[in-house]
Design a protein around this ligand. Structure first.
Ligand SMILES: [Zn+2]
Length: 433
C-alpha cells in the first residue's frame, strides 16, 4: 500500500456514517448494475426492513462492518453466498480470511472457458496486489454477471488517489494510525456466514506456474468437452467476428455475417431448441457466442429424420451453406450474431446418430417438383373462375355497378372488359354468380 498521511479530518470527510450508508445503499438501488435494482421503488425505511429480513445479506454486511468502514458514496450492488460487491470493491470471505479487492485491481472474474464454453463448475478471480498478480480458483460457478456490469460501469474511476487507497484499509489499519472512523453496530442475524473453500487458495503465482495451471486446465477441460472438434474454418469465422466486434467494425461485420454465403462442413454447436414455423423447421444451436438457425435445405416432412430426439445441450455437427444473418441491424449482428444456415446434414458428434441428411438428388427432385407446382399454380391463376372449367379466363366478369353507357344502355352485369382472367365466357360468368 502506498504510504499516505491521513488525518482525522480526512476520515470524517471521506468515510460514511451509518445514516449516510443506508441513504446511499437505498439510492444505489436505482443503479442499473445493482442486483437489487427491482426494489428501487422501496422507500428507505421499507428497504432497511427488507434487508433486515434477509439473513444472508445481513451476515455479509456485518462482514464488511466488522472489517472496514465504507466510503461516502459506496453502496452494495450484489452478493453471492460468500462474497459481497460494492460499486468500489469486492469482499470475499475465504477460508483463509477476508479478501478485499478494489475493483480497479480486479483483472478477471468469471468462468473458465474452453472454446468459449463453460465446461465445468469452476471460476477464477484474478487481481493485482502490490504489483503482483494473484489468482483465486473457485470450485464453484458463481455467475457473477453483476460483477462484470459493475466493473464496466466504472464508478470507482471517479475516486481520487486518497479514496482509492482507503479501499484497502481495514479497521486495524486505522487504529494503528490512531484514527477513528465510525464503527457500525452489527446488524442482528442468526445465520452464520459461509466461507469459501477454494481449489487453490490465494497464492502468488509467477508466469511459469500460471502456464502450468493453464496446461492442466486445458487437459481437464478437454476431457470435459467430450471430444468435440471445432473445425478450423469455424474457428477462423469466430476469430474474425471477434476481431471485428472488438473494434466495432459494423461494415466489416456486415460483409462477414450478413453477406456470408460460404459452404460449411461439420461445424460444431450445442442444441438449444427446435421450432416449427410456417416456413419449416428451425433447429437452433449455439457455439462460442454465435447462434446458428439451421433450416433444412428442403422440408423435413416426408424425409427420414429424428430431429425431435435431440435434447437441450446435445452436441452436434452441421453441414450446409451459410445464408446470412438475421438481426435487423448491422450492429445487432455484430453484437450477437444469429447466423442462418441452409442445412443438409445434422449429426451428433460421435457421428453415430444422423438426425437428418439430405442428398443432392433429393434437393434436385424437390426443386423440380417445386417448379412444377409453380407452373401449375400459375396456370390455375389464368383459368376460368368457374369450378371445373379448365379453359383460360377470357376477361368476363360480373359488375354490380355500371361501367358506363353504350348506345344508351347502362353497362352492368357480366361484361368482357379485359382479355384475360375472370371467366371464359358470358355463360360461365352468369353461372359463377
Ligand atoms: Zn369457363
Amino acid at each position: 500500500m502506498a504510504k499516505i498521511d491521513l488525518t482525522q479530518s480526512d476520515v470524517n470527510k471521506y468515510l460514511a456514517t451509518i445514516d449516510e450508508f443506508w441513504d446511499t445503499f437505498h439510492k444505489g438501488l436505482k443503479a442499473p448494475f445493482s442486483l437489487w435494482n427491482e426494489n428501487k421503488e422501496d422507500s428507505k425505511e421499507s428497504w432497511i426492513k427488507r434487508v433486515g429480513r434477509t439473513n444472508e445479506l445481513v451476515s455479509l454486511l456485518n462482514l464488511i462492518f466488522k472489517n472496514t468502514p465504507l466510503l461516502k458514496g459506496e453502496f452494495p450492488v450484489g452478493k453471492s453466498r460468500f462474497m459481497i460487491l460494492t460499486n468500489y470493491r469486492l469482499f470475499i470471505n475465504m477460508d483463509t480470511g477476508l479478501v478485499i479487492i478494489p475493483l480497479k485491481d480486479l483483472t478477471f472474474f468469471g468462468e473458465d472457458l474452453f472454446h468459449g464454453e463453460r465446461v465445468d463448475e469452476t471460476s477464477t478471480i484474478e487481481y493485482k496486489q502490490n504489483g503482483e498478480t494473484l489468482i483465486i480458483r473457485l470450485s464453484t460457478y458463481m455467475g457473477g454477471g453483476y460483477v462484470e456490469k459493475t466493473k464496466r460501469a466504472g464508478e470507482y474511476n471517479d475516486l481520487d488517489d486518497l479514496s482509492q487507497s482507503l479501499l484497502s484499509m481495514t479497521h486495524y489499519d486505522y487504529e494503528k494510525k490512531n484514527l477513528n472512523p465510525q464503527n457500525f453496530e452489527l446488524l442482528k442475524t442468526n445465520s452464520p456466514i459461509s466461507s469459501l473453500f477454494s481449489i487453490i487458495n490465494v497464492k502468488k503465482m509467477n508466469m511459469k506456474k500460471w502456464l502450468y495451471l493453464g496446461i492442466g486446465l486445458f487437459f481437464l477441460v478437454y476431457l470435459f468437452s467430450g471430444g468435440a472438434n471445432v473445425p478450423d474454418g469455424q474457428k477462423m469465422f469466430i476469430d474474425k467476428w471477434q476481431r471485428l466486434k472488438d473494434v466495432n467494425d459494423t461494415s466489416g461485420g456486415k460483409k462477414h455475417l450478413k453477406d456470408n454465403r460460404s459452404k460449411i462442413e461439420k461445424w460444431y454447436g450445442k442444441f438449444v431448441k427446435h421450432k416449427s414455423t410456417i416456413s419449416g423447421d428451425i433447429i437452433l444451436v449455439k457455439h462460442d457466442g454465435i447462434e446458428y438457425n439451421l433450416s433444412p435445405e428442403i422440408p423435413l416432412e416426408g424425409l427420414d429424420n429424428n430431429v425431435k430426439s435431440i435434447k437441450e445441450g446435445d452436441k452436434v455437427y452441421f453441414t450446409g451453406t451459410l445464408n446470412g444473418e438475421r438481426s435487423l441491424t448491422n450492429s445487432g449482428a455484430l453484437d450477437e450474431p444469429e447466423m442462418l444456415v441452409k442445412c443438409t446434414k445434422l449429426t451428433n458428434i460421435d457421428m453415430n446418430i444422423v438426425y437428418f441428411e439430405i442428398t443432392q438428388e433429393e434437393i434436385n427432385e424437390f426443386r423440380l417438383a417445386e417448379l412444377e407446382r409453380k407452373k401449375e399454380a400459375e396456370r390455375r391463376s389464368r383459368m376460368c373462375e368457374l369450378d371445373g372449367c379448365n379453359r383460360d379466363g377470357n376477361g368476363w366478369n360480373y359488375y354490380a355497378e355500371s361501367q358506363g353507357t353504350f348506345f344508351g344502355y347502362e353497362s352492368i352485369g357480366c361484361l368482357k372488359k379485359y382479355t384475360t382472367g375472370g371467366y371464359c365466357s358470358k355463360k360461365h360468368c352468369a353461372q359463377g354468380l
